[in-house]
Each structure stands twice: as structure tokens, then as C-alpha cells.
Design a protein around this ligand. Structure first.
Ligand code: DGJ
Length: 761
């Protein structure tokens, strides 16, 4: 519903003109509530209102209200963001901050919804432009607005020049998550260069706050970083042309003593897979502002007369029940409103098939007999989907050659892919394939034919990483080539799934087909073309599912998740490291998309040895896959994996689409960790418990469960491991939540795992 709304924007305009007239009339006659509700959906409708007397806009979703208004100077100013207010509550007109001193101009300290750089603005601007005559002053004032059933579009204009900015607000009723973005339009007679464009700015009043954000590196993604918000700016960003491993476009701000389960949390996520920036700043009067959108570093987008620039979407939400409450809202929102709904618009995305992936078993040494042998063993385990990874195409023997040549390697697959695909189908699985379409090895037919197709500055070195260069997807010929090759691949082969990889970041991001002043458009057009390819493939091959991978978790964001059914969170598949990574990942993203493979022991990265049961349980917290060299697995290993895959299949919807409670975090060297998920209808719950390395004989803490129906009876069954002797087999939700679940006394030592399911009687 959210995704369709922006498209339908125009259709709403005439309807909303009528509702604006109605609002004015109501205000004039002084009847009815101050905020007229312009839409009425059955359950928890979003309410969208404008009070012409106070010039205040208000959007309400479940548990959340957001208000902003036009101040007497004409600026659009944030008023309130937090818990839901009464329907009849009203605000007076927004008042700008008084001038604190001659050094602290009101224009800068007033929390504007979307501030232009001009008029003495010292905080992060939402928009910064240079006009053709050298003027760089931009002061945006309210011009007009239209309301929609679920949102508002507000038009701002520079006080003198014809730069128009339309701010889009859409409230999703069930989560209270607000989607914001901006359209910048040049109606001047001369070009204007946009040097900085945010999707939105969010404001919070002075208080003590903690900032949470996700940082990392290759094989070390998803570290939850927490710090006090202090005066100055904390910039989280990617300058890499893509989302990046180092930081992820998500934030959560907690107030005061908020923790996992209690207190106010404001959170946001940017839906953009190119270079991005989120700036969290505390100004000199202690107020906090979060501004995010295109990364302004090396940015420049020339708008010719009549042209527009659309920013990405910046989603923002509020939860009153801690970081756990915030992530549960986000998970639900992602499943219901972001992820592709391939079956039908009103069917939730399916839990992911349990996959087998060949990468860690064979690396580039894939061939028909080897893959067929792996497929047989995978099918015997109860795997649903067999995925052949890198190595099947061109002259790909290692990472030095082949990228760009997407034809089947004849030595490895003399009869094409069909025999392997047929074999996989005959074993009752569907077939998936690895591709990395945005890249090219200099040692490839494609590069020899089109050396000009890569990002480069003519005459300068072309820096290789993993022996590869980045194709300039911003060029329409490159876009058409990539779309064409994938369309052909999917048309000619019965492929159910593509693992779409991207194994380096940008260097020398030149686009020499364009005039020098316009080349920086590459930061926008590359990502837009990526999205357009994915959208077009989705239209032509609606059943083909997609995984976003970038050397692990380098491209995970709400932009790519509109097209990708799942993501590869990290190349680090060590089951112990994964516990912390998965913990971090779930602050921003749902376990539905979190692929987790079971691989071999000792693990290649940490050289750590773990049992197969521990590895299985670690991966079963997300969307399970097997990535080990199962050709070498013995009967006992096959039996363990088969048993746990069958148990996983039974409870997978609860694990990946239920409400997640992080009961004990594995972070900060914790001896223990535990998670619990509860199905949306509270009929089932799954608990995972892990011991890292116990000391001094400490027993596993009692797990006081959450989210169950206290008045209903739930039966406990072990998936792996044992509860303490004497634990009731059936007890009320109240018992499991208040008394709690106790582990068996033997649950001590190193790298142990246990899992239980509770089913409502
Ligand atoms: C990086 C991915 O993250 C791996 O899973 C694997 O697909 C390799 N690329 C293949 O080159």
C-alpha cells in the first residue's frame, strides 16, 4: 500500500483540494475536532490533518503522532514526534526559536523540516544549491500543500527564486512509521546545481539521548555501536557508491534510561543503495537533529530548467517499548510494506526456502558431476533450493577472469546448465544461480570489447579490487546490456533464484560521456538504473527471487529490499561470530531476510571448532541454509542436519516472521545469549539459548519469556537440548513469562546451543 501511494499522488490532488476546502469551512464554522480526519480505514486508520487556523499538520499512526507547522516567518517547522496524542488535542502555531545571541540566529536553531542552506544556517542543511549566477543562498518557505488519505505533500519555495521542493509524508497506520522524501524542481530559466539533498530531517528536543548505529567491515558487519549524543555531529555514511559494510543507513536514538524493553526510541532507515549520509547533531542549544539522504561528498546534480530530482525515502518511527519494540515495528513494516510480495500484493512474503550453496564447498571449482553430487546430498537433507555460486561462466577459474562473460563455461558444463537444473528439479528442489552483473574483469571478452564501459577518469589509472572494475551502470547502454543478459539467462534457463553479488566499491567514478559539470550525476543514476533493472526483471520474471549480496552484507538497506527477497549478511559464517552479527542485524532488519548458512568446522576464519548441532542452531535463528562441503559429511552429520532441518521447517514462519525478543544479548563478551520469537497470533513461540564459554560454573540465567498470551496454556517441546528436570510440560503464558524457562544444569561449557518450541494448547 505504501509503495503504491507515491505513484497515485496525482490522482489524489483533486480529491484533496476538496478536502482542503472542507477543512477551511470546518475551521471557519468552528465545528468538529480541530484535526479533521480525511481518511477512514477500518482498523487503525492513519489520520492526516491540517488546521488552517494554527497552520499545523498532523499525522497519526498506531501509537505515534507527528506534527509540524508553518511558523510566522513561513518556514516549515517540526513540532512533535512521539507517542500518540488525543484526537482532539491541538497545537498552537509553531514559533521559531528566539535569537539566543547574535551568534545563534533563529534560522539556524529553529528545527526546520527541510532547511535550505542560506540565511545563516550552521546546522546540516537539507538542501544546498548553486545558481547559474553564483548565488548560493536558499531560504525555503511554505507555498501550498495537498493531503492524501495516508499522507501530505507540502510544497516549499525559495523566498525569491523558482526552486520548488515538495516534501512527501506518508504514514503507515499499523506501525506508525512515516515515509519521507523530497522532490526538488528547478523552474528557473537557468540550470541549478544541487550540491546536497537530504530525504528528510528529523528533530528531537533537548534531552539526554543515546545513539545506536551499525558499523563493521568485511566479515565483521553488524556491530551495534552505542554512544551518548554529545554536542557536535556524528556522521554515519558511505562514500563508496554503494551501501557499504562499514556503516549501515539505520539509526535509533534512545531517551534517558531506555533499554531493550522499555522507554522511548526514535529510529530511522534510509532506502538508498548508493552513497548515503546520516548526520546526527546536537546543536548549541542541545536540540538534536538527524538529516539523511544522498551523501553530499563529491555530489553535484545539475537540474536544467524544468527538471526534478527525487530523493530516496527516509523512514522514521517511534516506539515506547525500547529498542526491542523499535525493531519489532521495523521487522513487521519490512515484511508487510518493503519486501517484494511476489505471490500477490496482500500475501506476506514466503519464509525463505532452506538453501544449499556451493561456495564454501567448491569455491570456483564448480562442474556438472561435482554439483550433481552435492545436489543429491542436499536433497537427502531436506533442502528446498540448490544454489550454484561463482565459477560457472566465461573463463572463470579464479577471481582473475570471466566477470562480464555470462555464458556457460563449456569445460565445466559441456551440455549447458540444463542437465544440472533438471537433476536438481528431479530431486525436488528448485535451482538458483550466482551472478555479479555490475562488474567486469579486465581479462574478459566484455572488457576487451568495451573498455570504455567502466567507471574511470580517462588517462588515469583504473584501480582494481579483487581484479575487477565497476561497470558504469549509469550509462543507458550498460544498463540495457545488463538487463538483456539477465533476461536472456532467466528466459533460457529454469532459474528460481539469483544471488546477486557485488564485490568491490568504487574508485575513479568518472562518467566521461557527460559534460564535466554533470558527471557527478553518476551517484544517483547508477543506483536508479540498478533499481530499474531489478524492477524490469521483476516484471518479466515475477517468480524469480533475489538475494542481495555484496561480499557479505555490503548492500543491505531498505532500497534494495524493495527488490530483494533476502540478503547475505556476512561472509563470516563462524557460528559464534554470527550470534553477535545476527543480534546486530536484527536491530534494523527482519530475520526473514537474514540468510544464515551452516558451514564446516573448524571454521576458516577463526579456526574455531564447534559441533554441528551448535552450528545448526546458530543458523536456525535466521533463514537457514547449508553452505558446508556436504560431500564429506558422514552418516551421523547427515542425520543431525536432516533432523534439525525438519524441525526448522515446522517452526520457520514463527522464527522469521514472528515478534523477536532479544532476551540476552551476546554482545560485550556475554557468557550467554538467547532469543525468542512469538508468532503474530501468539499461538507459537521458539526459544534459542547459547552458551559461549561458562566460567565459575555459572548456570544459564532463567529465561523469562515475553509476548505470550498470559491466559493461554502453552506446551513446551525441545528442538535440541533439555529444560531443567521438573519443568512443566504445559503451563500458562503467565508462568513462562513470570516464572520463566530454566535450562538443564548440564548446559555449561563451550559453544553449546539449545532450542525449544512452545505451542498454544
Ligand atoms: C562473495 C560472497 O559473499 C560469497 O558468498 C561468494 O558468493 C563469493 N563472493 C563468490 O565470489
Amino acid at each position: 500500500m505504501m509503495r503504491a501511494n507515491r505513484k497515485n499522488q496525482k490522482e489524489y490532488t483533486s480529491k484533496m483540494l476538496i478536502s482542503r476546502v472542507a477543512l477551511r469551512l470546518a475551521a471557519a464554522l468552528m465545528i468538529g475536532p480541530l484535526f479533521m480526519i480525511t481518511s477512514s480505514l477500518p482498523a487503525q486508520p492513519p489520520t492526516v490533518g491540517f488546521d488552517p487556523a494554527s497552520k499545523v499538520f498532523r499525522l497519526d499512526g498506531d501509537g505515534v503522532s507527528y506534527a509540524f507547522g508553518v511558523n510566522p516567518r513561513g518556514e516549515l517547522q517540526q513540532i512533535y514526534w512521539g507517542g500518540r496524542l488525543g484526537a482532539a488535542d491541538s497545537f498552537p502555531q509553531a514559533q521559531p526559536m528566539p535569537e539566543w545571541a547574535s551568534f545563534d540566529a533563529s534560522y539556524s536553531t529553529t528545527p526546520q523540516e527541510y532547511a535550505g542552506w542560506g540565511g545563516g544556517l550552521f546546522v546540516e542543511p537539507a538542501l544546498k544549491v548553486t545558481f547559474a549566477d553564483g548565488n548560493r543562498d536558499l531560504v525555503l518557505h511554505y507555498e501550498s500543500h495537498t493531503t492524501r488519505a495516508d499522507g501530505i505533500d507540502v510544497v516549499l519555495k525559495d523566498i525569491e527564486r523558482k526552486i520548488y521542493v515538495t516534501l512527501h509524508y506518508t504514514m503507515e497506520p499499523q506501525s506508525g512509521i512515516l515515509a519521507r522524501s523530497a522532490t526538488i524542481e528547478n523552474r528557473e530559466a537557468q540550470p541549478v546545481t544541487v550540491e546536497q539533498a537530504a530525504a528528510a530531517a528529523w528533530a528531537l528536543p533537548p534531552a539526554h539521548y543515546m545513539l545506536n548505529y551499525l558499523t563493521g567491515r568485511w566479515a565483521g558487519e553488524w556491530t551495534l555501536t552505542q554512544e551518548t549524543i554529545a554536542p557536535g555531529a556524528r556522521v554515519i555514511e558511505s562514500r563508496r557508491g554503494t551501501t557499504g559494510h562499514q556503516a549501515n543507513p539505520w539509526f535509533a536514538i534512545q531517551a534517558g534510561n531506555t533499554d531493550e524493553n522499555h522507554g522511548d526510541v526514535w529510529f530511522g532507515a534510509l532506502a538508498w543503495s548508493g552513497s548515503w549520509r546520516i548526520t546526527v547533531e546536537q546543536d548549541q542549544l542541545d536540540a538534536v537533529r538527524v538529516t539523511g539522504g544522498f551523501n553530499p561528498f563529491d555530489f553535484g546534480y545539475v537540474l536544467h530548467p524544468g527538471e526534478r530530482l527525487e530523493t530516496p525515502m527516509f523512514y522514521g518511527g517511534y516506539a515506547s517499548n525500547g529498542l526491542g519494540g523499535a525493531s519489532r515495528k521495523l521487522h513487521r513494516f519490512e515484511i508487510d510494506h518493503i519486501l517484494p510480495h511476489r505471490v500477490s500484493a496482500d500475501t506476506a512474503p514466503k519464509p525463505r526456502p532452506v538453501i544449499y550453496n556451493s561456495w564454501e564447498a567448491t569455491e570456483f571449482r564448480v562442474d556438472e558431476p561435482g554439483q550433481m553430487a552435492l545436489a543429491e546430498k542436499a536433497a537427502a537433507l531436506g533442502v528446498d533450493r540448490f544454489v550454484m555460486d561463482d565459477g560457472w561462466f566465461g573463463q572463470r577459474k579464479d577471481d582473475h577472469a570471466g566477470l562480464g562473460d555470462w555464458y556457460v563455461n563449456q569445460q565445466k558444463f559441456p551440455h549447458g546448465l540444463k542437465p544440472l537444473i533438471d537433476k536438481v528439479h528431479s530431486l525436488g528442489m528448485d535451482f538458483g544461480l550466482w551472478v555479479e552483473p555490475e562488474m567486469v574483469n579486465p581479462d574478459s571478452d566484455l572488457y576487451r570489447k568495451h573498455p570504455d564501459w567502466v567507471l574511470n577518469f580517462p588517462g588515469r589509472p583504473r584501480s582494481e579490487q579483487r581484479n575487477q572494475l565497476v561497470l558504469n551502470l549509469a550509462r543507458s547502454d550498460v544498463r540495457d546490456y545488463v538487463l538483456g543478459l539477465l533476461d536472456k539467462l532467466l528466459t533460457e534457463n529454469d532459474i528460481a533464484f539469483l544471488k546477486w553479488d557485488y564485490n568491490r566499491n568504487w574508485s575513479e567514478p568518472g562518467w566521461d560521456q557527460l559534460p564535466p559539470a554533470e558527471q557527478k550525476k553518476v551517484y544517483v543514476e547508477f543506483t536508479r538504473n540498478l533499481y530499474s533493472i531489478l524492477a524490469e526483471l521483476g516484471r518479466k520474471h515475477p517468480k524469480v527471487e533475489l538475494e542481495s549480496c555484496s561480499g557479505g552484507g555490503g548492500r543491505v538497506d531498505l532500497g534494495i529490499l524493495r527488490y530483494a527477497d533476502e540478503v547475505w549478511p556476512s561472509d563470516n559464517t563462524d557460528p559464534f561470530d554470527r550470534l553477535t552479527q545476527q543480534d546486530g542485524f536484527t536491530y534494523a532488519y527482519t530475520p526473514q531476510v537474514m540468510m544464515a548458512w551452516v558451514t564446516d568446522s573448524p571454521h576458516w576464519l577463526n579456526k574455531r571448532s564447534t559441533t554441528l548441532s551448535y552450528r545448526m542452531l546458530s543458523s536456525m535463528q535466521g533463514s537457514l541454509g547449508i553452505g558446508a562441503n556436504i560431500a564429506k559429511w558422514n552418516g551421523e552429520e547427515m542425520a543431525t542436519a536432516k533432523r534439525l532441518i525438519a524441525a526448522y521447517h515446522q517452526v520457520q514462519p514463527t522464527i522469521v516472521q514472528g515478534e523477536l525478543y532479544r532476551l540476552i544479548s551476546p554482545r560485550n563478551g556475554s557468557e550467554f545469549s538467547a532469543t525468542q520469537t512469538v508468532s503474530r497470533d501468539k499461538s507459537q513461540s521458539v526459544v534459542f539459548a547459547f552458551v559461549h564459554s561458562t566460567q565459575e560454573g555459572r548456570l544459564f540465567p532463567i529465561l523469562r519469556l515475553k509476548g505470550l498470551d498470559p491466559a493461554q496454556e502453552y506446551s513446551l517441546s525441545p528442538i535440541e537440548g533439555k529444560a531443567r528436570a521438573g519443568t512443566p510440560q504445559v503451563a500458562s503464558g503467565a508462568w513462562w513469562m513470570n516464572h520463566g524457562l530454566e535450562m538443564n544444569e548440564g548446559f555449561r561449557g563451550d559453544f553449546q546451543g539449545a532450542a525449544f518450541r512452545l505451542d498454544r494448547k
